[in-house]
Design a protein around this ligand. Structure first.
Ligand SMILES: NC(=O)c1ccc[n+]([C@@H]2O[C@H](COP(=O)([O-])OP(=O)(O)OC[C@H]3O[C@@H](n4cnc5c(N)ncnc54)[C@H](OP(=O)(O)O)[C@@H]3O)[C@@H](O)[C@H]2O)c1
Length: 344
């Protein structure tokens, strides 16, 4: 049992160098430092014990040297990325949470956080963190009667993405035909459940080894697709375009198949956008956090009434982090990928 003021060992995951191509486990290594479990006298810092770490495909953007699509500053090899995340928050984002943790406050000089609180937000890959800048990086968890790991997923960034994608971008109506790629993943599984609850016809794809996507889509959507939630790109998007209905909508959340390529693959069937008056719109979760309370009002009752379930792919220990993160890009995960570093 650790106490405030103790000096304890602190395992950290460090990136060896900038990542080239697909992230590999060998790009990261574990090291052990020490940390004093007390915020500096007079500061408004927060000291937390980290519990659940979220693995997200977007994280790979921050591991590269070249400027990425968002133009963020990248990390310095040999650091655990925390500073980079804070920079991104300072400069551009309202709430930035690509490196999401759920943590317990052990000590705090900040008026909004006290010892014993649970928080979610951007924290480093380590067992304990001293957070000196809390604005827009830490959110106090108000509802603790659900699994706290859910704040890495359904009640955190992934959930917010699903909600915004469904209600603000794709906007399917009752009875419409909805297709979701990466449908068992952190974002896809919630979109699917919301779509069902809203009375849509829903089909999702899982696994990327389907040989004839076009034939499969024709089989499941003989009348075509009204709304497609795009998470993977490449051949899937090409086949979907062939199978969209007139006035269809495509909500582009991500294209994971392209993230680790030097040169992105082209799409052949874009002509269908014009022929069928399709609207294709990209979005990111961070533009929609003003809707977070509304999102919680919708999702929390469903979770508590067990009308919504959330599948998590949980691995134990900080040392399992590299394999879990890398596995996102080879379909190794089934459900939201979570790393448990400590139980509450
Ligand atoms: N716009 C935003 O704000 C935002 C926020 C969160 C996530 N996203 C995006 O949403 C998508 C899903 O993210 P998530 O967190 O829910 O991840 P996830 O679906 O839990 O995990 C990634 C999944 O992508 C699929 N995949 C991996 N490599 C692939 C490839 N080369 N080709 C086709 N499918 C592949 C695999 O699912 P299968 O089993 O189906 O193969 C894998 O399990 C990603 O594109 C991510 O970048 C965007």
């Amino acid at each position: 049992m650790v106490r405030v003021g103790d000096e304890v060992s602190n395992k950290q995951l460090i990136f060896r160098d900038y990542v080239i191509g697909s992230p590999k486990e060998s790009d990261m290594y574990l090291t052990t430092g020490t940390i004093k479990l007390k915020v500096p006298e007079g500061s408004n810092a927060v000291l937390v014990k980290n519990l659940y770490l979220s693995c997200d495909p977007l994280m790979q953007f921050f591991m590269r040297k070249a400027e990425g699509p968002n133009g963020y500053l990248y990390y310095n090899p040999g650091s655990n990325l925390f500073q980079t995340m804070l920079y991104a928050c300072d400069s551009e984002l309202v709430i930035c949470n690509f490196w999401v943790w759920v943590a317990k406050v052990l000590d705090s000089g900040h008026p909004e956080f006290k010892a014993g609180d649970f928080v979610w937000g951007i924290i480093g890959w380590e067992e304990y963190s001293l957070i000196t800048k809390t604005t827009d990086t830490l959110i106090k968890i108000q509802h603790t009667d659900v699994p706290l790991s859910y704040y890495t997923g359904i009640l955190g960034m992934s959930g917010m993405t699903s909600y915004a994608g469904f209600y603000e971008v794709g906007t399917p109506k009752k009875g419409e035909y909805v297709f979701i790629s990466a449908a068992s993943g952190a974002v896809g599984q919630l979109i699917g459940q919301i779509a069902k609850l809203e009375g849509c016809y829903v089909v999702g794809s899982v696994g990327s080894k389907q040989k004839d996507l076009n034939a499969a889509l024709k089989r499941y959507f003989p009348e075509g697709i009204d709304v497609y939630f795009e998470h993977v790109g490449d051949k899937m998007l090409d086949s979907v375009l062939l199978n969209m209905r007139h006035h269809g909508r495509i909500a582009v959340c991500g294209m994971i198949s392209q993230y680790n390529l030097d040169e992105h693959k082209g799409i052949k069937n874009l002509l269908h956008i014009g022929f069928k008056w399709i609207q294709m719109k990209g979005y990111t979760h961070r533009n929609y956090y003003h809707l977070y309370p509304k999102f919680l009002d919708l999702v929390l009752p469903y979770i508590k009434e067990k009308k919504m379930v959330y599948v998590e792919d949980i691995v134990e220990g900080l040392e399992s982090g590299p394999a879990a993160l890398v596995g996102l890009f080879s379909s190794r995960n089934f459900g939201k990928q979570v790393v448990v570093v400590a139980h509450e």
